[in-house]
Design a binder for this molecule. Sequence first.
Ligand SMILES: *Cc1c(COP(=O)(O)O)cnc(C)c1O
Length: 501
Amino acid sequence: MVLYESTRGGNERITSAEAIKRGIAPDGGLYTPCSLKKLNLEEIQALADMTYPQRAVTILKYFLDDFSDEEIRDCVNSAYSHKFSHEKVAPVVELNESLFLLELWHGPTCAFKDMALQILPHLLVKSMQKTGEKSKVIILVATSGDTGKAALEGFADVEGTGIIVFYPDNGVSEVQKYQMITQTGKNVRVFGVKGNFDDAQTGVKKIFTDNELKSFMNERKLKFSSANSINWGRLVPQIVYYFSAYADLVEENRIKAGDKINFVVPTGNFGNILAGYYALKMGLPVNKLICASNDNNVLTDFIRTGCYDRRREFIKTVSPSMDILISSNLERLLYEVTSHDGKKVSQWMKELNENGSYDIGRKYADEIRNIFWAGWSNQDETLKTIECVYNDYNYVLDTHTAVAVDVYDKYVITTGDLTPSVVVSTASPFKFNHSVCKALFGEDRIAGKSEFELLEMLSKETGLPIPDGLADLDKKEILHNSVCEKEGMKDAVVRNLLEWE
Ligand SMILES: *Cc1c(COP(=O)(O)O)cnc(C)c1O
């Protein structure tokens, strides 16, 4: 049986349902599997004949072995059988003979967060039932853009849940804002906050630990939970698509079963690429995991030197979903490379908290570099990459994926390695249309145009259809127009919970 333990040590081992229900360990650590199933080549090859939902059931079973097959199938089907606009869910497309793109943005919100947030609500509800938890779960989210909408779509009308999202009133793009304020569902609520993302995040954290609210919640059989990527239930669905991409390449005769490939991952919180690392540990033939960062290149420095140092300027870039200086999921990698040494991990996390940096030393750094390669792309390079790839291949990259393609080019120049490589593509170019249009058509042609006009322009010029989730967004009914002060977030939550009674 696979049990889960905290990355900060202690002896408690719990089931996957318990880990998903709790989200984060009481000691502040992240739940991580004690052991991993190893797949042999035949088992990996067998995935080639399966659909995406079948691949998902196969892989999830190894991690959620306290769930019945039927429970896993239910969750998988609710998530992947009709919500994605591409029949393959996560298709692999060829750019050239050694470079492929794994498109993870065919879900309802046009970014890869859907891959996990479409299934997490179902895993969470089942986990509550399996652990005898009678409360209704209320998801609180502070978002800088992508996560809020993906969580809203995932939890909308899911029985036994409610979701309240806070976004910085002037801190998200027009498209992102309209995606959220037009969200339907009888258990969803969205608030703008007069402040920045940090204010919203701090407000949510305060609500989680407010004692007065705790008794209010207990009396009503309600329980707060979070939907961010420290929850194992958000990480585990991401392991599936690494296997799926490999199986597709085998099925299409691009590689032979057993051949190694590289994955290039545009990285922020380190959740996506960590899922690739678990796939590798389970036996997927991977040569290198290439970690691509934007100007906030704290991970590039870490992987190159073994020293993590967040004491640097935060830079707002054209790939905003990767603008992050504390990559929470790195903690799970540290736990793995130290062979589950919770004491060491706790010490480093304490240093990060107190001094803003830690150093893991030569031995572990070498071990990480055996598997990972790291690079970064500045904003000019990122936009230039969008332009070049469009000219050379007639393919439109979003800004995050462009960071990864640029870093891949740097990897090839530095190492000469021409192993077939898969760039993990994390968003539709329509979602970040302002920067994409600027890269393709120049500043002059987009001047004065709204984001909704740019959607049309991008579609007309490239011949690509505007994705369903984004089309006519400005004509949809606005259902959530409340804006609150940052001090007023708790009141907003309480009033809303009373309304829902
Ligand atoms: C969240 C996000 C990322 C970063 O993924 P992590 O798992 O946080 O590393 C990259 N690109 C897009 C479009 C995202 O929304």
